[in-house]
Design a protein around this ligand. Structure first.
Ligand SMILES: C[S@@+](CC[C@H](N)C(=O)[O-])C[C@H]1O[C@@H](n2cnc3c(N)ncnc32)[C@H](O)[C@@H]1O
Length: 228
């Protein structure tokens, strides 16, 4: 069951990533030159992806992985190159199209345009949601995490936007711009609150590794959930 805020925010994100920001996102996730701020975001995101990949098995042959909110598909490709059978899903069809075109041939990736919560996706060994939950409210994040964790046997890795003075200040600057030029708001979340909510929702699960990456304009915190 999803909440009204989840459905509304997902629809805003679909419009934003599918139309408004599709070109910018295609460029950010490519090798094309980008300006100073975007370069720091790109570097931070590369570091985050490599952190998440380092928490997954080196050989993923025969393992099923969900890239939840895959965007242009870099993580899906890396997991498939390790042998995983990947389902890569995103609500933004134009990004999935870019991902499909970029991916090398011969990898086992099932590209889909839909909601990551779709129960028809079945069960997974590992789920990764990199920066795809940062625009949702804490209670909605925890709903998604617990629903996906129930279908995951190995680990569920996700990132959130940590509530730090720096991030709050940067988001404040963003609010000075006209509404139409802005992305849907990133919602900073207190780490302690998130951990408590996850423990309450998933009392049997363990909380494993975590890592915060702050690279100038990119701040994101990864958390490993170990369903049992
Ligand atoms: C900041 S981008 C990150 C994309 C990718 N994970 C990466 O790190 O490059 C967030 C993505 O999550 C997708 N997204 C957000 N909510 C989603 C949902 N409920 N189901 C599927 N995709 C979703 C957005 O469309 C967007 O492409």
């Amino acid at each position: 069951m999803t909440t009204a805020t989840y459905t509304r925010f997902r629809s805003d994100l679909e419009t934003y990533f599918d139309r408004t920001a599709s070109k910018a996102w295609e460029q950010l996730t490519s090798d094309a030159p980008v300006s100073g701020i975007r370069a720091t975001v790109r570097a931070g995101r590369i570091e985050m992806r490599s952190t998440l990949m380092s928490w997954l098995p080196a050989d993923m042959t025969g393992l099923r992985l969900l890239d939840a909110g895959c965007g242009t598909g870099a993580l899906a490709v890396e997991a498939a190159q390790r042998g995983a059978d990947v389902v890569a899903i995103d609500v933004a069809g134009s990004l999935v199209e870019i991902a499909r075109k970029r991916a090398p041939a011969g990898l086992k990736i099932d590209w889909r345009v839909s909601d990551m919560m779709d129960p028809a996706l079945g069960r997974f060994d590992h789920v990764v949601a990199m920066d795809s939950l940062i625009h949702y409210r804490p209670f909605d994040i925890v709903d998604v995490v617990s629903s996906l964790a129930e279908r995951t046997s190995g680990s569920l890795l996700f990132t959130f936007a940590p509530q730090t003075p720096l991030l709050t200040a940067m988001l404040g600057v963003g609010r000075l711009f006209p509404r139409g030029d802005r992305s849907p708001a990133i919602i900073p979340v207190r780490e302690r609150l998130l951990r408590t909510l996850i423990r309450n929702a998933l009392p049997k699960a363990g909380l494993g590794r975590d890592r915060r990456i702050s690279a100038s304009f990119y701040t994101s915190h990864a958390l490993e959930v170990l369903p049992r």
